[in-house]
Design a protein around this ligand. Structure first.
Ligand SMILES: NC(=O)C1=CN([C@@H]2O[C@H](COP(=O)(O)OP(=O)(O)OC[C@H]3O[C@@H](n4cnc5c(N)ncnc54)[C@H](OP(=O)(O)O)[C@@H]3O)[C@@H](O)[C@H]2O)[C@@H](O)CC1
Ligand SMILES: [K+]
Length: 492
């Protein structure tokens, strides 16, 4: 599991640890880790050209000390000082005594960046506010346009550590070396998209850190969650998922949701709705009926809404499923009807004995919250939490990094396995069936949503192939068994 903590929690842990250590010890640990990663990226420091972009705080200090270490190993190191009067004095002295140079001329700095093998971004770290300022902007652009590898110190300068927002320009890093713990912005888009590969350097903060604000599952975590049948399992004990999806206009959504559901670990799938003929033709193992959910027979969870359409029968199916005593996943058109139910419906959600999992994309989340879609996309972490609290439900917010939040606080899960190729018609229908199936097999809404997002992302990567290629949602569903095997195989 990867964990991320807020700037407030990082600073508190740092203060507690520093009180027990000699002065400067933490920065030396950070700089040593940073220099080691830089040397690795360079394939050895000797004879290379390294440019440090150095701002006014300790982030620049880390860069200067790491630069000194690289200079001692034979690199030609120059620091471009963005606030010459404020650059970390002891770090400057260390760099100079190791043979490194400095310049305060931004134009000269840009020229150096263009000829560099490696650029170290020490402009600003967790003390940052807003996008890059002044001379940092052309320097960051020069770095992006050069052939140099860009290594960000702690986080790419210009991104918000806590929210993942990118309010202006930011450094585009190939590698980010972060200290003590991940920062939420390294796991959540849009900021995460600027970080490249993230290396965590342990500087000993662990015992002083509280619970994380954001976490990202890894293979072993997902493997531990996935339901595996035992010797005494039968299809009912493994769980039965009910799917109420599709319509005369969108029968394919029903087929795709069932395709996802058959790969989610439930023992059986019941389909209730007007696309029963299409579903049974494609998946003969499905138990189909054409009535409403409450007439379909016993299930352990419902997935409602994909392609359900806007007419009254879709609304009735939603109300019917919500009136049951089992967990309900609500997606797509179901979310629109949920919003249409108004305040009493939200009360009904809060009054249910079993959990509800909402799976909106940014546009649907914006409609549920009465805010602009751009606001949701810019500050996804804030909005997934708000939506979970407003509806008293667990929310899976789909997107470039899918987020899952439970109501009432606690960590948000950021999915690390996504790929842009997943933005294809029907992909969300597959996810609904998959997450619903995991719910039916007994996982909590939080675990079902995050495990489903993880498997769905892995299947998407497999379907896209190593070099990347488009695929249809039915092919995505076909890759789910291999994604299960990847996850379970890595755990053994
Ligand atoms: N915590 C830990 O455990 C450890 C932390 N360590 C390191 O310390 C770093 C934090 O250092 P820090 O607190 O000195 O702040 P930092 O990020 O360097 O910012 C400095 C100043 O920049 C400015 N500024 C703000 N926004 C800006 C912008 N958009 N564009 C340009 N400038 C901007 C603003 O000053 P202003 O210009 O407003 O006067 C701000 O005060 C941390 O990220 C890690 O690298 C490690 O050494 C070891 C352990
Ligand atoms: K930085």
């Amino acid at each position: 599991m990867r964990s991320a903590h807020t700037v407030h929690d990082v600073r508190a842990a740092e203060a507690a640890l520093m009180a027990r250590l000699p002065e400067g010890a933490l920065m030396q640990r950070a700089a040593a880790g940073l220099a080691a990663v830089c040397a690795g990226v360079l394939g050895g420091a000797y004879g290379t050209r390294v440019v440090l972009l150095v701002g006014s705080g300790a982030n620049g200090g880390d860069a200067l000390y790491a630069g000194a270490r690289l200079a001692r190993r034979g690199a030609s190191v120059t620091a471009v000082l963005l606030s010459p009067g404020k650059a970390y004095p002891d770090g400057l002295a260390a760099l100079r005594s190791a043979g490194g140079r400095t310049t305060a001329d931004p134009a000269a700095g840009e020229e150096l960046v263009r000829r560099a093998d490696l650029v170290v971004d020490g402009i600003v770290g967790i003390g940052g506010r807003g996008g890059l300022r002044g001379a940092a902007v052309p320097l960051a652009r020069a770095a992006a346009g050069s052939g140099a590898a860009v290594v960000a110190v702690d986080l790419p300068s210009g991104v918000d550590a806590d929210t993942g927002e990118v309010a202006g320009e930011a450094v585009r890093a190939d590698v980010t070396v972060t200290f003590g713990t991940h920062k939420p912005g390294l796991l959540v888009d849009p900021a995460a998209g600027f970080a490249g590969t993230v290396h965590l350097v342990d500087i000993g903060l662990g015992p002083d850190l509280p619970g994380p604000a954001v976490q990202a599952l890894q293979h072993a975590d997902v493997a531990a969650l996935l339901p595996v049948p035992g010797a005494r399992s039968d299809k009912y004990r493994r769980g039965v998922l009910g799917v109420a999806a599709g319509s005369a206009r969108y029968p394919g959504a029903a087929v795709l949701a069932v395709a996802g559901a058959l790969h989610g670990g439930a023992g059986a799938v019941r389909y209730a709705g007007s696309a029963a003929r299409e579903v049974i033709a494609r998946f003969p193992e499905t138990l189909v009926s054409t009535g409403r959910p409450s007439q379909a027979g016993r299930v352990q969870a419902w997935a409602v809404g994909p392609g359900a359409g806007e007419d009254a029968s879709a609304r009735v199916a939603l109300e019917d499923a919500l009136a049951s005593d089992v967990p309900v996943l609500v997606d797509a058109d179901g979310l629109r009807h949920l919003k249409g139910l108004g305040r009493p419906a939200r009360g009904a959600l809060a009054g249910r004995t079993a959990e509800v999992l909402l799976t909106p994309h940014a546009g649907e989340a914006a409609a549920l919250l009465d805010v602009a879609r751009e606001d949701v996309e810019a500050r996804r972490l804030e909005h997934v939490r708000r939506l979970a609290d407003a509806y008293g439900a667990t929310v899976l917010l789909k997107g470039s990094t899918t987020l899952v939040a439970a109501p009432g606080g606690g960590p948000v899960r950021a999915n690390p396995t996504g790929t842009g190729w997943l933005a294809t018609a029907g992909s969300g229908d597959v996810l609904s069936g998959l997450a619903g199936s995991l719910l039916a097999s007994g996982l909590s809404a939080f675990d079902a949503g995050s495990a489903a997002a993880y498997l769905h992302g892995l299947a998407g990567r497999r379907a896209a192939g190593r070099d990347g290629a488009p695929f249809g949602a039915h092919e995505l569903a076909g890759e789910l068994p291999a994604a299960w095997r990847d996850v379970r195989g890595a755990a053994h």
